[in-house]
Design a binder for this molecule. Structure first.
Ligand code: AMP
Ligand code: MG
Length: 485
């Protein structure tokens, strides 16, 4: 069966010292049923699930039967959760192995919701259908938007009920990732207090994600710098599409630079930098505008973990770490501004661009403009919204912007095309996601498939999907999202 599907496992993480994981199998479930399988992703991975009956696929994607070559482990890690250090680890996930794709990429295959592990603390090791479908939808939307992310291969229901605030249908998500090495994995290794183990993790990570760093005079400093670069680029991309991760704890930040661990995440509707959706984020620590600050803070924890490898003299190590970490705000800002220029149709850079962009955002905030819809509306050739045309502040801004576009060599058409490829029409809006999850809990998956079709081509204005483009009416607005762990 396994050879038919095309699995090619090579489990390098399981060859690290035992302190980094626990070996164990997923806990079998009662009655696994395949809800959704990402056939496009399966094809990219060289996996042929069409060669087996769905029943067998469900057994495999629930962990009830394991593919040949799998070597299941729960990974150990730590993390700062809302600022507090805690020992964590995969409490409800199992890495079944690393699959090597036909193009030679090494991809983690993880089952999320697969039962208790030695790291479960008080949790049941399980996941509910709603949050697993939410992760499936949002991660696939992020991928379609061109943002680095873990991906979702499948969701199966377990036939078991789990207890949260209410009884919920249990489910397992198959997640794929460049790796599941987190900032928290390094914090865990540093906490072990053995430089050899920390070094092994760092060498492994460099080899897997940043092989060019090996050539550097100082590979560990190069690792730090590259992780900073990737996070600066990643968080800028989140900001540009109005994505709010919601739980930017250090265990939820991947060293690969992929977006990981979709909990109470959501896309902002009306532009407001202080937006928070997560019901557990009481102080807005991970609000939209705080995301670059949170990333910066997390990277400082990463740098701290690396100190013993940066220099044998602690003072020198700290100086190197600080110098690297201090580059983050500037790198983030450069990525963000580059992206905003593209959203505004600007090919070149002028000194006053930040001001031009900032003024638009302030206007949008005051006027409660929908972030996605409004920016996309600027890609139309003519202003035809009477309310806007009668708004003197907006018209003043618009004239400045038109002058700015006139000062660049590129034609207006090329500017509009640039804008259309950077301002999405479709994002998975909260009320649409909630609608899908509610229907799914009653066994209706038709809305799920429709939403997935709509988000798969987010920069194309397809009239078929027009009802996914507009914000929720006030009565349907979602103000809070829950992790549902
Ligand atoms: P998360 O909030 O999903 O990033 O998870 C934080 C930590 O809690 C991780 O160590 C998870 O494995 C663990 N965790 C979350 N939900 C459960 C659960 N239902 N059972 C056991 N551990 C869990
Ligand atoms: Mg997590």
């Amino acid at each position: 069966m396994t050879t038919t599907i095309g699995w090619q496992f090579d489990n390098s993480y399981a060859r690290l010292p035992q302190v980094f994981y626990a070996r164990l199998d997923p806990v079998p479930v009662d009655f696994p049923q395949l809800i959704i399988l990402n056939r496009t992703l399966a094809n990219e991975l060289g996996l042929h699930f069409e060669a087996i009956p769905d029943r067998d696929a469900a057994l495999m994607l629930s962990g009830n039967s394991l593919p040949e070559g799998a070597q299941p482990i729960a990974q150990a890690y730590a993390g700062h959760q809302f600022g507090q250090f805690t020992m964590l680890g995969d409490g409800r996930a199992i890495l079944i192995g690393e699959h090597i794709t036909p193009t030679g990429k090494r991809i983690d295959i993880q089952l999320k919701g697969s039962g208790q592990t030695p790291f479960s603390r008080r949790g049941d090791g399980r996941a509910a259908l709603g949050p697993m479908l939410r992760e499936y939808i949002i991660s696939e939307a992020m991928h379609a938007l061109g943002i680095p992310t873990t991906r979702s291969l499948a969701v199966v229901t377990t036939g078991e009920t789990i207890m949260r605030e209410t009884r919920l249908p249990g489910a397992i998500l198959t997640r794929t990732a460049a790796s599941h090495i987190r900032v928290g994995t390094f914090e865990y290794a540093a906490r072990l207090g053995q430089i050899e183990q920390l070094k092994m993790l760092a060498d492994y990570t460099i080899h897997r994600h940043y092989p060019e760093s090996v050539q550097s005079d100082h590979p560990y400093l190069a690792l730090l710098n590259q992780v900073i670069e990737r996070q600066a680029a990643l968080v800028a991309q989140w900001m540009l599409v109005g994505f709010i991760h919601g739980v930017m704890n250090t265990d939820n930040m991947a060293i690969s630079g992929e977006t990981i661990d979709y909990g109470p995440c959501a896309f902002m509707d009306g532009y407001d930098p202080a937006t928070v959706f997560s019901s557990i984020d009481h102080h807005g620590r991970y609000s939209y505008e705080n995301q670059p600050l949170a990333a910066h803070w997390n990277l400082a924890r990463f740098a701290e973990s690396l100190l013993p490898l940066l220099d044998s003299q602690q003072n020198q190590a700290i100086a190197l770490a600080e110098e690297a970490i201090h580059t983050f705000p500037e790198k983030f800002q450069a990525n963000w501004l580059k992206g905003m220029r593209q959203k505004m149709g600007l090919f070149n850079a002028e000194d006053l661009d930040s001001e031009l962009i900032g003024d638009l955002l302030s206007w949008m905030q005051v006027n409660q403009a929908d972030y996605t819809l409004f920016l996309r509306s600027l890609t139309q050739n003519h202003l035809n919204d009477a309310k806007l045309i009668q708004n003197p502040q907006f018209m003043t801004w618009h004239a400045r912007w038109q002058d700015r576009l006139d000062r660049q060599q590129q034609s207006r058409d090329s500017a509009l095309n640039l804008m259309r490829s950077h301002n999405p029409v479709i994002i998975p809006r909260n009320h649409r996601v909630e609608e899908v999850l509610a229907a799914a809990e009653h066994g209706d998956y038709s809305l799920l498939h429709q939403l997935l079709a709509a988000i798969s081509d987010p920069y194309v204005d397809n009239p078929v999907f027009s009802h996914y483009t507009t914000p929720a009416p006030d009565s349907e607005r979602i103000y809070q999202t829950f992790c549902g762990t």
